[in-house]
Design a protein around this ligand. Structure first.
Ligand code: ZN
Length: 115
């Protein structure tokens, strides 16, 4: 957990911003280093991340509500937005790059190994 994904073939480390971009794009990507294709996959841990952020946001809002004297909803809004942003910041850490199982790729890999 809490590590950025690497290329499954050449283990090139992808920077945070790069992972963010890849997550928005198509699911199949080509490694900029070894030019091999891999799948961009979201980990199940992301659901847990979402749940934790949601619970924290609700708890924080309840605490704010209890301590709020006037009926001002701005602090609630700020805390909710802050948690949503926090959740999005951690998204790239829950992305993984998987090898694509193709007979073509397997064959090409095997022929390379023989050389
Ligand atoms: Zn690569």
């Amino acid at each position: 957990m809490f590590k950025l994904p690497v290329c499954p073939y050449c283990h090139t480390i992808y920077r945070y911003n790069k992972v963010r971009k890849l997550n928005k794009k198509e699911k199949v990507q080509v490694c900029y280093h070894c030019k091999k294709e891999f799948k961009v996959k979201r980990l199940r841990g992301m659901v847990v991340l979402g749940a934790i952020v949601l619970i924290l946001a609700v708890v924080t809002n309840l605490i704010i509500l209890n301590n709020l004297n006037s009926l001002n909803l701005t602090p609630l809004l700020i805390s909710t937005v802050a948690y949503v942003i926090l959740g999005f910041i951690f998204v790239p850490f829950f992305i993984d790059f998987k090898k694509i199982k193709k007979t073509e790729q397997k064959l090409s890999n095997e022929s390379k190994k023989k050389k």
